[in-house]
Design a protein around this ligand. Structure first.
Ligand SMILES: NC(=O)c1ccc[n+]([C@@H]2O[C@H](COP(=O)([O-])OP(=O)(O)OC[C@H]3O[C@@H](n4cnc5c(N)ncnc54)[C@H](OP(=O)(O)O)[C@@H]3O)[C@@H](O)[C@H]2O)c1
Length: 290
């Protein structure tokens, strides 16, 4: 199988490369090598590589900044995937596209199923939802995999931000009224490869197991980080409400995805998020500059 990965420099892109099936031929392009928003570059990459599968791990992921540059978010997260789907459809190429829990408004109180009504609260979620529609309209056999709260040793994410902040301050304040599931990008990447092998299509959900608030997640980062010696002392983590931490983009309060069907289809049952966090932190300790 010949695979083209876009956004190969991001968290998910790096982890896809780290655990790619050994026998598959992988061509990886980061943002500098392939700008998804450049139609000519995109077409040239598909024509040049002639892959059998494209994994689109590129995305405009700046949730707050998207409120002030919605056109760019739409361009990268919706219009470019639409073009990608069209190119893939024309050449009989499979496509896996990554989406987000932010397509939901978070006003529910049970895990979201794939067919539940969407209602994004901000520009980022709106652009990702438009991307889902564009991909599936252009290529009904594509896979749209929604995930959430992704972290890894690569790039910027909540875990690395917390560790930095906890190393500098005795106490940190973290919102406790937004609930979701932390997801290690490595496990997500493994699920994506399994989905590729099994030719999964349509909308699916994938995160690690369990649920947490950002506050719970921060407490776990502090405790696990201290145990591993990544922090010299255990900081105080103070729970606050979202109203005490206003952000340009509103975030869903309850963003837990129902993954049962996808776990069954892939025959993959991910560990609880805290176990995954521990594994990622061990990895981070060994190579903090990843
Ligand atoms: N992170 C999360 O919590 C989360 C949650 C749910 C879903 N997702 C989805 O998962 C996917 C991967 O996200 P991630 O966590 O790996 O985010 P990430 O670390 O920000 O990676 C995204 C990558 O896309 C690249 N990119 C941005 N604009 C591009 C363009 N025009 N052309 C080509 N590449 C471009 C970025 O490059 P630059 O850094 O150089 O701009 C970055 O390397 C995205 O679709 C995202 O929406 C992420």
């Amino acid at each position: 199988m010949k695979v083209l990965i876009t956004g190969a420099g991001g968290q998910v892109g790096c982890e896809l490369l780290a655990c790619a099936p050994a026998a598959w031929q992988i061509s990886a392009r980061n943002h500098a090598e392939l700008d998804l928003a450049n139609p000519a570059q995109l077409a040239a990459a598909i024509e040049g590589e002639q892959p059998q599968l494209v994994i689109n791990a590129a995305g405009y992921t700046l949730v707050d900044r998207a409120e002030t540059e919605p056109e760019l978010a739409q361009e990268v997260n919706a219009e470019a995937p639409a073009r990608l789907a069209e190119l893939c459809g024309r050449d009989g190429i499979k496509l896996i596209h990554i989406s987000t829990d932010f397509v939901f408004d978070g006003r529910g109180c049970r895990p979201y199923q794939t067919g539940d009504p969407t209602n994004p609260l901000g520009q980022y979620g709106a652009s990702k939802l438009a991307g889902e529609h564009a991909v599936l309209d252009g290529l009904p056999g594509a896979l749209v995999l929604r995930t959430a709260w992704v972290y890894s040793v690569h790039g910027s994410n909540f875990v690395k931000t917390m560790l930095r902040s906890m190393a500098q301050h005795d106490a940190v304040r973290v919102v406790c009224d937004q609930i979701g599931t932390p997801t290690w990008a490595r496990a997500l990447a493994q699920a994506i490869w399994r989905a590729a092998e099994r030719n999964l299509s349509g909308i699916h959900h994938w995160t690690d197991a369990g649920v947490a608030s950002w506050y719970d997640f921060a407490v776990a980062i502090a405790e696990e980080g201290r145990t591993l010696g990544l922090l010299e002392q255990l900081p105080t983590v103070e729970p606050i409400s979202s109203s005490d931490y206003p952000t340009p983009a509103q975030r869903p309060h309850f963003a837990v995805l129902d993954k049962q069907e996808t776990w069954r289809a892939l025959e993959l049952q991910p560990p609880h998020w805290r176990v995954q966090l521990r594994t990622m932190l061990r990895d981070f300790k060994d190579r903090p500059d990843a």
